[in-house]
Design a protein around this ligand. Structure first.
Ligand code: FES
Length: 109
């Protein structure tokens, strides 16, 4: 599919993350110190809305069961926890990002 415009650079400030809907995909954009990263907003555990979680440095925490992901790669850093039971969670889907002028573009499969 190639690079698709998802947002404009002034829509997301350092330390922020926001979701943007494309056709059938919701992309989570995160700005870490001016560098932009994109993940599938849907948590790979049970579909939690990652944009409702927390961004601390490069770590995104899912609001549903607390799984943590590295926003730079989507790599799972720690699993989910439900009622004292810890579960492994796979990596989140990550997409390449580039900025052209004021446009934030994400490369979709
Ligand atoms: S849905 Fe994200 S940790 Fe369970």
């Amino acid at each position: 599919m190639g690079y698709v415009k998802v947002a404009e650079a002034d829509m997301i400030w350092p330390g922020e993350m926001k979701k943007f809907s494309l056709d059938q995909l919701v992309i989570l954009l995160a700005n870490v110190g001016g560098a932009l990263y994109a993940l599938d907003n849907k948590c790979p555990h049970m579909g939690g809305d990652l944009s409702g979680g927390k961004l601390e440095d490069t770590t995104v925490t899912c609001p549903r069961h607390g799984a943590k992901f590295d926003v730079r790669s989507g790599k799972s850093l720690s699993g989910a926890k439900i009622a004292f039971v810890n579960m492994k969670v796979g990596d989140a889907k990550s997409f390449p990002v580039k900025v052209e002028g004021n446009d934030i573009l994400v490369e979709l499969p």
